[in-house]
Design a binder for this molecule. Structure first.
Ligand SMILES: Cc1cc2nc3c(=O)[nH]c(=O)nc-3n(C[C@H](O)[C@H](O)[C@H](O)COP(=O)(O)OP(=O)(O)OC[C@H]3O[C@@H](n4cnc5c(N)ncnc54)[C@H](O)[C@@H]3O)c2cc1C
Length: 376
């Protein structure tokens, strides 16, 4: 359906039309936005909201585009988050004052449009620690709470203090405490509240270096490279190690378009994990609390021979079975669907062999809004 553009009477604000989104998503999927705007100040949000209401338009919000699969042109308004700014806050300036004042903590309020990894680097330069394990995760700050980004034993939940939200349905702004964000493994309240846009994130960082190197290859890498006692390792050295390890393991979207992990690691009961282990003794799994076990989804996919598979311009990365990639950098609009078809085949194969249904991690969009892979 072709959409026509009528300005709302009370503003001369107007979005761009027919904007190419291929450069705005790290899978480099071809898609066009019927309407497109950048959100550079809060007033842009109000204008966009009024515009969508007046035009009865669908809308979607894009950050760095590193966790989205665009399967079609978007027949509505695509808003590109660009709200910038970093401000140190005193405990008295917080919307949710801490129960106990901890002199080692400093509070940093960050605009949703700031680049995540630049923030990590900047915070370490400022002597404010806690983000180093989350180095090199692509995307923008506003998306970090959405799936509670995590890597190398640290999640955003460990440092999040509060979030400022703009409700696109009501046009109201309000603050949520970290607890109210209901952060969990790759999950938060924002996945259940599609009208809530994160405009600002406040982090509680520490002036005291706190080192977490027990996950993945960080300790081994540091031992091999800097070889100093654990107590002397600095957050900057942890960041440097994480960057080297990530570059070795994950394809750079600039070279091979991808969205990182395509599936979440499934969490199952201990009994279920033991049942799988009886047939697959090498099972890679991590004990959780509450008698649950997190299974490495990449390992499951790898066992079934998918690593390195490719067909119709999409495939599974040759070194990392959890990462689906676009190989052809295609101008063909069916590529997003081809990718989801491949994801469905992998889901079915894993379910058939292991009795586990893998959940998709990135968010999927069709021409009027978000979709589920089961709707394909
Ligand atoms: C190579 C690679 C490695 C990755 N590694 C990791 C990793 O280690 N850990 C990890 O957790 N993730 C990882 N990711 C996934 C991704 O980088 C994160 O999920 C990131 O937070 C997405 O940020 P973004 O700005 O690109 O979000 P986008 O892809 O633009 O958006 C993702 C979703 O969040 C919504 N959204 C974005 N901004 C906002 C906002 N301000 N308010 C409300 N909703 C919003 C969008 O509408 C969309 O539904 C990786 C991705 C890649 C490509």
């Amino acid at each position: 359906m072709e959409l026509t553009l009528n300005n709302p009477a009370d503003t001369d604000w107007a979005p761009q039309t027919k904007v190419d989104l291929q450069a705005f998503n790290t899978l480099s999927l071809p898609a066009q936005a019927a309407f497109y705007c950048q959100l550079q100040q809060i007033s842009d949000l109000y204008a966009a909201q009024q515009f969508c209401q007046a035009q009865q338009l669908n809308w979607m919000l894009l950050g760095g585009g590193s966790n989205v699969v665009l399967t079609d042109d978007f027949n509505g308004l695509v808003m590109h988050m660009q709200l910038l700014g970093k401000t140190w806050l005193t405990p008295e300036q917080l919307h949710h004052p801490p129960a106990v004042n901890d002199d080692d903590l400093v509070y940093l309020s960050v605009g949703a449009g700031e680049h995540w990894d630049e923030l990590v680097a900047w915070s370490l330069d400022q002597g404010a620690y806690g983000l180093q394990n989350l180095s090199l995760i692509p995307g923008l700050v506003g998306a970090a709470p959405i799936q509670n980004i995590g890597a190398y034993g640290v999640e955003l939940a460990h440092v999040l203090h509060e979030v400022m939200v703009f409700d696109f349905a009501s046009g109201k702004q309000f603050s949520l405490s970290a607890e109210q964000c209901e952060l969990a493994y790759r999950d938060s309240i924002f996945k259940r509240q599609p009208n809530w846009l994160v405009v600002n994130v406040t982090l509680a960082l520490s002036r005291k270096p706190q080192i977490q190197i027990d996950y993945g290859d960080i300790a081994a890498h540091l031992e091999a490279t800097v070889s100093i006692p654990r107590a002397q390792i600095t957050p900057q050295q942890v960041r440097d190690a994480v960057i080297v390890i990530r570059r070795q393991k994950l394809p750079d979207p600039a070279d091979i378009p991808n969205v990182g992990s395509f599936f979440k690691n499934p969490v199952v009961s201990v009994d279920k994990a033991e049942q799988i282990r009886s047939q697959w003794p090498q099972l890679v799994a991590y004990k959780q609390t509450n008698q649950q076990v997190k299974i490495a989804a990449g390992w499951l996919i790898d066992q079934l021979g998918w690593r390195g598979y490719n067909k119709a311009g999409v495939g599974v990365h040759k070194h990392q079975a959890l990462v689906l990639v676009q190989l052809a950098n295609s101008p063909n609009k069916s590529t997003g669907l081809e990718l989801l078809n491949l994801a469905q085949q992998i889901q079915a194969d894993v379910e058939h062999h292991f009795g586990i249904r893998l959940a998709v991690e990135p968010r999927l969009f069709a021409n009027t809004g978000e979709i589920s892979i089961d709707a394909i």
